[in-house]
Design a binder for this molecule. Structure first.
Ligand code: HEM
Ligand code: NAG
Ligand code: NAG
Ligand code: NAG
Ligand code: NAG
Ligand code: NAG
Ligand code: NAG
Ligand code: NAG
Length: 329
């Protein structure tokens, strides 16, 4: 009797061990981290996001991009959300001047603080919001790993060093993704995030007016489709305002795979989009996703978002759970 119960106890703990091994990825994140501590957490996030996007659909782009910017600087630990204090924060770096939607994260946080005070981290909110935005705009869902804790440092210099400029070539893109533990496949798949949203003229203007610095009327990026150049020149005049341009013309509010078709037709908006034609692996992905249904892209996108969401996370007792996302406790 005693031996049988100790056997079953051993059996039980081996199972428990295996189960926790399967549920917990090695970095301490897991799907459903708040299942017990805040059972409605994910539903609350989704509700707020659906309400917000119903009245302000243009926030879908910035809210998806925010997770990318968070993860690439110090890891996915919510430092992108912190306001400047004694020194300038990531928010104040040039590439971040175009980030929006911070007040939406605050709104989600307020709803979560009401339901479960000091339980759900800001870094997890950013990760969940990214998923909910993709679903709300027509993409497929994925299971978001949670359990991230919030960092306490945000540094403008680190944002400038780690955020990828839009004129980066394929070598640089591959290197910068590899530095974050992401693969070439993650690069091509996550670039598909440019299927939604808008860009300021400043992010690509060099390509349409003064590509080599000669400034002649034909000084344009030779890798950019000439009809598209004409279109972009109308939207962004030489000395005109820094307007917003749709990144995925025709469906910039729908998460679909038409980005790959545009890029393959030399209509990627940034040099970093066009660069995806310069590598055999990224090019092959573009070519095989420019037509047909989006099932594999949607599945791939979820997998790569989970990969990105693991970059440099704080877990366990590291960091803190902020009460207000724009300031440390
Ligand atoms: C591969 C390197 C990447 C570069 C160089 C890059 C660059 C840019 C730039 C320059 C903009 C326009 C900002 C503006 O002028 O307003 C932009 C917008 C955007 N990016 Fe990326 N990006 C990259 C990867 C990603 C990734 C991995 C995601 C998410 C999965 C993403 C999602 C977005 C979204 C959704 C927008 C639209 C934002 C809006 O509507 O305001 N990007 N990106
Ligand atoms: C952070 O800055 C934003 C925008 O300037 C402001 O609305 C918010 O109240 C600030 N947060 C804190 C905690 O001061
Ligand atoms: C910000 O980061 C840079 C680069 O790592 C570092 O040199 C600088 O001391 C940091 N600034 C603050 C205020 O911590
Ligand atoms: C890519 O850019 C880097 C500098 O940013 C440059 O050194 C390198 O030669 C470029 N590579 C290619 C293939 O153009
Ligand atoms: C083109 O770029 C060059 C070099 O950056 C600059 O000197 C020149 O003023 C620019 N010309 C125009 C028309 O913007
Ligand atoms: C571009 O325009 C200049 C004059 O503005 C001309 O000399 C040159 O041949 C043109 N180049 C191309 C490739 O059309
Ligand atoms: C997409 O294509 C796959 C096969 O490549 C098929 O199994 C799936 O049912 C298709 N999905 C839709 C929504 O058409
Ligand atoms: C969105 C955001 O935080 N933008 C800030 C970027 O930096 C400028 C200048 O430091 C601030 O005025 C913006 O509020």
């Amino acid at each position: 009797m005693a031996s049988s119960s100790s056997k079953s106890l051993t059996f039980f703990s081996i199972n428990l061990f295996l189960a926790s091994f399967l549920l917990l990825s090695c970095n301490g994140l897991k799907v459903g981290f708040y299942e017990k501590s805040c059972p409605d957490a994910e539903a609350i996030v989704k509700n707020v996001i659906n309400q917000v996007l119903a009245v302000a659909p243009s926030l879908s782009g910035p809210l998806l991009r925010m997770h990318f910017h968070d993860c690439f600087v110090r890891g996915c630990e919510g430092s992108v959300l912190l306001n400047s204090s004694t020194h300038q924060a990531e928010k104040d770096a040039e590439p971040n001047l175009t980030l929006r939607g911070f007040q939406i994260i605050d709104k989600v946080k307020a709803a979560l603080e009401k339901a479960c005070p000091s339980v759900v981290s800001c870094a997890d909110i950013v990760a969940l919001v990214a998923r909910d935005v993709v679903v709300a705009t027509g993409g497929a869902s994925w299971n978001v790993e949670t359990g991230r804790r919030d960092g306490t440092v945000s540094n403008i210099t680190e944002a400038l060093q780690n955020l990828i400029p839009p004129f980066t070539n394929i070598t640089g893109l591959k290197e910068r993704f590899q530095q974050k533990g992401l693969s070439v496949k993650d690069l091509i798949v996550l670039s598909g995030g440019h299927t939604i949203g808008t860009s300021h003229c400043a992010s690509f203007k060099n390509r349409i007016y003064n590509f080599t610095g000669k400034g002649t009327s034909n000084d344009t990026d030779p890798t950019l489709d000439t009809n598209y150049i004409a279109h972009l020149r109308k939207a962004c005049l030489p000395n005109g305002p820094n307007n917003l341009v749709e990144m995925d013309p025709g469906s910039f509010r729908t998460f679909d795979q038409s980005y790959f078709l545009h890029v393959s037709k030399r209509r990627g908006l940034f040099q970093s989009d066009a660069a995806l034609l310069d590598d055999s692996e990224t090019k092959a992905y573009l070519e095989s996703h420019k037509t047909g249904n989006s099932t594999t892209f949607f599945t791939d996108f979820g997998v790569s978002m989970v990969n990105m969401g693991r970059i440099g996370v704080l877990t366990g007792k590291e960091g803190e759970v902020r009460k207000v996302c724009s300031k440390v406790n």
